[in-house]
Design a protein around this ligand. Structure first.
Ligand code: PRX
Length: 649
């Protein structure tokens, strides 16, 4: 009989006795951490991480600049790979190719060690030194992780760019980071098709001085076979040295390079993986996120490897070639922790529940959700159909900037409440404030902030842009997350979504300004505004309002966005409008457009210079709504069916 880790208690779910017994986090962990947060992290850092030299100052803050474990020296790669060599045959990475006929690859820790060393030697041959930036534009194949680890080994700063970003987007990131080398792949598979990544990479690098390292997808797992074994000594890194850069969207058109520090990141990635997923050495974790995003960095690569566990990486779409592909992978690889995004879950649910019944999923113990708010129906679907009413759903809230998960319920402590991310990780202090910086009463909506001492893996800087780093902090000196939230009387947090102009499209973080800039670059466009509209499948989708001279089509607009950013940023709808609603001071009224998209009427238009535009746009939207997207209808049908199934039982 599979173990039951969770049970229902009133309206919430709590860990069973067994889950409490298995918990790696003690039941008193919050109390212990709250007593002295810095001391708590010091103890964790000492216990979980191998240091070359101990630190002299655990936490230091001067103005907005803060740091952890000053004086301490360590190497991230050593902690993720070398220190597990006492169990050399243990599988570190399981690579599942998209084509079910292609063989699954298993990379042991010893094999990983050898490959990482060879990759490090290759980077050195290319002249890469400590502190240099290396761009990584790769699909989900083991070599992506190998090169990331190799960078960490020699103290180079990797900047991974999601492989579905366009050449233009890659180029912007390469240029801003000043990358010396680009590591890429000739092709990979997606939905059964060969995607020529090298062509994209070549386009991105036109007229840029950059060296390239190209991995042949055909030889996946054998890239380093012909090289002689070498040992490259792990670089002794200062705790506050930069571990890596990861570009993410901000509120301006230009993406920002979020910087993470070695000591704090290593410590928090290790411990969050251990406590949030109760991950043990003999276990397997499958985080479905691509390494191009922070989730892939921390929970597909570093977190499981730091813990000496096995990480599953999968090349393709989780429902390819059939909806049950992901279930097959979980069963076959005996996955213990399955971590994915609400969008993926909504997609899985679209295929119904019949197919899920064929799979027992006995190996699973923890389910995780990340990237966007998870609605109650999706939470319950996950819990029932994948977790078989046995496993907790851990809704983890965090960001590229926080580096690791920061708000969630711990599996052996709970509670698990649909729509609540719940409780800050031990040793962290979050709160909800209003625009004036004052704490809001329990149960009231406000802005999410983190108070110092800041969590160890929190952002340390924005690459070459001090001003943008400073913008993260409010006048009280607290870190502002950019999310709306509610904290209830029990101290549980519910995340409401972005409070700025960033939108999460299928869990992917997009800047409305970046999409607007892309559209505005089209000849004939006078102005363009992007607003997010709720979408039953993807959470949010961008919708474009474009004022343009005649002759432009919806396809032109979409093609430009795909070219500048990538298909993930495609507007779901494009409205060519005569005028964009504006205030007298010229401010574009996104709020009004959002209201219209939600199908609601706008009451007060007196402050606008062009009130007539509102009516016209409203009519266009209503007209289009009549031709409702088919997938929306399917989703509603499934929800209805689920509801009636529930009643029958
Ligand atoms: O709006 C929040 C949302 O994702 C944003 C961060 O996006 P990114 O930097 O791409 O990192 C995503 C993965 C860590 C947040 O500001 N978000 C993330 N997790 C949740 C969430 N919103 C609600 N609930 C979550 N669990």
């Amino acid at each position: 009989m599979a173990i039951k880790y969770v049970e229902k208690k009133g309206r919430v779910f709590v860990p069973t006795k067994k889950a409490r017994e298995l918990s790696l986090a003690g039941q008193d962990v919050y109390k212990k951490a709250a007593a002295n947060r810095v001391k708590f992290w010091e103890e964790l850092a000492r216990e979980g991480i191998d240091w070359i030299e101990p630190w002299h100052t655990a936490y230091e803050q001067k103005g907005l600049k803060f740091g952890w474990f000053k004086g301490g020296k360590l190497n991230l790669c050593y902690n993720a790979v070398d220190r597990h060599l006492d169990r050399p045959d243990k599988t570190a990475i399981v690579f599942v190719p998209e084509d079910p006929q292609e063989q699954v690859l298993r990379v042991s820790y010893f094999e990983l060690f050898k490959q990482v060393n060879k990759a490090a030697a290759l980077l050195k041959q290319k002249g890469v030194k400590k502190g240099d930036v290396v761009a990584v534009y790769m699909p989900m194949i083991p070599e992506a992780l190998v090169f990331m680890l190799a960078c960490a080994r020699i103290g180079a700063i990797h900047s991974v760019v999601f492989s579905a970003f366009s050449p233009d987007a890659l180029r912007t990131r390469i240029k801003d980071g000043g990358a010396k080398v680009l590591i890429t792949t000739n092709y990979y598979y997606r939905k059964g098709k060969k995607i020529n990544l090298l062509k994209q990479a070549n386009k991105a690098c036109r007229f840029i001085k950059i060296k390239k390292l190209i991995v042949d997808r055909k030889k996946v797992g054998k890239t380093f076979e012909k090289m002689h074994d070498v040992i490259v000594k792990p670089e002794s890194m200062e705790s506050e040295d930069t571990a890596f850069l990861l570009y993410t969207s901000g509120t301006t058109g230009k993406p920002k390079g979020v910087m993470h520090a070695v000591g704090g990141y290593t410590t928090q990635a290790y411990w969050s993986c251990r406590y949030v997923f109760n991950l043990q050495e003999n276990e397997t974790m499958w985080c479905t996120a691509d390494v191009g995003w922070i989730t892939g960095h921390t929970y597909a690569c570093y977190g499981p490897l730091l813990n000496g566990a096995t990480t599953v990486i999968y090349e393709g779409l989780p429902n390819y070639p059939k909806p049950d592909r992901y279930l097959k992978i979980i069963e076959k690889e005996e996955v213990n922790v399955f971590y994915t995004a609400p969008t993926a879950l909504r997609m899985f649910a679209l295929a119904g529940t019949e197919y899920t019944r064929k799979y027992k999923m006995d190996s699973l113990k923890i389910l995780g959700s990340v990237g966007e708010p998870i609605d109650e129906a999706t939470w319950m679907w996950f819990y029932k159909n994948i977790g078989k009413n046995r496993c907790p759903v851990i809704d983890t809230y965090w960001q590229t900037e926080t580096g690791s998960a920061v708000i969630m319920s711990l599996p052996g402590i709970g509670p698990f409440i649909p729509t609540y991310a719940a409780i800050p990780f031990p040793g962290m202090d979050f709160d909800v404030i209003n625009e004036k910086g004052k704490k809001v009463p329990a149960g009231k909506e406000g802005l999410l902030i983190q108070r110092p001492p800041f969590s160890p893996s929190l952002i340390r800087g924005v690459w070459k842009n001090e001003k943008r780093y400073k913008n993260y902090f409010d006048k009280n000196g607290d870190y502002t997350a950019g999310d709306g939230a509610i904290k209830n009387a029990k101290g549980w947090f519910r995340i409401l979504g972005r409070s700025d102009d960033i939108i999460k499209v299928a869990g992917h973080r997009m800047s409305t300004a970046e999409i607007e800039d892309a559209i505005a670059s089209l000849r004939g466009v006078v102005e363009a505004v992007i607003v997010g509209r709720e979408d039953k499948l993807r959470g949010m989708v961008p919708v474009a309002f474009v004022k343009a001279k005649a002759g432009l089509s919806e396809e032109d607009v979409i093609a430009r966005v795909v070219k500048r950013i990538g298909p993930i940023a495609k507007p779901a709808e494009v409205y060519f409008v005569e005028d964009i609603p504006k205030t007298r001071s010229g401010k574009m009224m996104r709020r009004i457009l959002k209201t219209l998209l939600a199908g609601e009427d706008v009451k007060n238009v007196s402050t606008l210079i062009n009130p007539g535009s509102v009516k016209a746009i409203g009519e266009m939207i209503k007209d289009r709504a009549k031709r409702k997207a088919r997938c929306g209808e399917d989703w509603e049908m499934i929800l209805e069916r689920e509801k009636s199934n529930g009643k029958e039982k």
